[in-house]
Design a protein around this ligand. Structure first.
Ligand code: MG
Length: 384
């Protein structure tokens, strides 16, 4: 029997890669739900190609057209309103909506799927405690899709949790590795979007350039693997060959190596604990290659330390960090703030906003909304 898959965020980079894995799976998996944010044209093509049982779109303005399209061209697929779509049962839900918009869908996925393949790191940053609690109550397993955490998940199969000494997250360093603060002042949007080793969506690409991506991943690792922040380290590794490492208490360090293609961690998350045979994702071992590791420049790339600080501080600070960053990245992409202004803006938001500690998902969502609203006002004021 094939396993049913709900793809939350099917038209994005991870969603598209997931569909490729399903396509090559020889019916090991079937598409139960395709859910998109607003990219109706791409969603239509996916419906025609993959014949999902259900389809949904978040943008209400596009729901009518989607419904019409289904009736005319794909009568075997059923249109479901967004809120209901989140509650459809399945074997595996792939949570691939970008930003904190993915938090509620992730929570529903934990309640309605047997396994969540988690690509949305912001949901763990904003609501890590609540996600952990939901998993404990439902027994749902999370398999990380984020390449670093996926690598750690693989390495951890070699030891017990109590044998972990530290987690070492690798970072490519992004396009600006080695630049000074002065040089960062004048970088352009296109330069920031030009990632040296990974092809990803624009939010995560900018986050990679600022090192905020690694900061969010430190918090993500803390919640996924229950390791204290003081034992989660970051190494710049420009080749993106080692996707992360685990140091065990006996002194052994295990690393996971593979090509830099998100299909590999997605495949792992879908097939776990099995490993399918394929020839597509072979790492080129012929010839010589080298592996370099450097300490990150935490003074120039301040986002990393901001993330450590907020991770230690608590849920409210994590929500401000994440919300302010999402707004800052969008503002940078629109040319409203400079690249170097991103960490300064986040720090400013951490200083001016006073937030209570949230204890429910609804409170997290509300707090996130409040932070972003205020952050947008600050961008309007144009101080950065
Ligand atoms: Mg990553």
């Amino acid at each position: 029997m094939s396993k049913s898959i709900n793809i939350l965020g099917s038209t994005g980079s991870i969603g598209t890669s997931t569909l490729k894995i399903i396509q090559n799976s020889e019916s090991a998996f079937s598409v139960n739900l395709l859910l998109a944010g607003g990219n109706l044209e791409k969603l239509k093509k996916q419906v025609q190609e993959f014949n999902p049982r259900f389809v949904s779109i978040h943008d209400p303005a596009k729901a009518t057209e989607l419904r019409h399209f289904i009736r005319e061209t794909a009568p075997e697929t059923e249109f479901v309103p967004f809120e209901e779509a989140l509650k459809l049962d399945c074997d595996i839900a792939v949570s691939a909506i970008v930003g904190t918009a993915g938090l509620l869908p992730t929570i529903h996925a934990i309640r309605h799927a047997k396994r969540v393949a988690l690509a949305n790191k912001e949901s763990l940053v904003a609501g890590g405690d609540l996600i952990r609690q939901e998993c404990a109550e439902t027994g749902t397993e999370i398999i990380p899709v984020d390449s670093e955490h996926n690598a750690i998940h693989q390495c951890l199969r070699a030891g017990e949790p109590k044998e972990i000494e530290s987690l070492i997250l690798t970072a490519s360093g992004g396009p600006f590795f080695g630049l000074t603060h002065e040089q960062l002042e004048s970088v352009t949007i296109n330069e920031a979007l030009n990632h040296p080793t990974w092809s990803m969506g624009s939010k995560v690409t900018i986050d990679s350039a600022t090192l905020m991506n690694k900061g969010l991943e430190v918090i993500e690792a803390h919640f996924l693997f229950r390791v204290p922040y003081s034992r989660i380290h970051v190494k710049i590794h420009p080749q993106s060959v080692v996707h992360s490492m685990v140091e065990f208490r006996d002194g052994s360090i295990l690393a996971q190596i593979g090509i830099a293609d998100m299909q590999l961690p997605i495949q792992y998350a879908l097939y776990y604990p099995g490993r399918p045979e394929n020839q597509i994702f072979r790492f080129p071992l012929e010839g010589s290659f080298s592996l370099d590791f450097h300490d990150p420049d935490r003074v120039t790339f301040r986002c990393l330390d901001l993330a450590y600080r907020c991770g230690e501080a608590g849920a409210a600070e994590r929500i401000v960090l994440n919300g302010a960053n999402e707004v800052a990245v969008q503002a940078f992409l629109k040319g409203r703030i400079s690249f170097a202004g991103i960490p300064a803006f986040i720090e400013h938001m951490l200083n001016i906003i006073d937030v209570p500690h949230p204890t429910t998902v609804a409170e997290v969502v509300e707090l996130d909304r409040r932070v972003k609203k205020q952050a947008e006002l600050e961008v309007e004021r144009g101080h950065f």
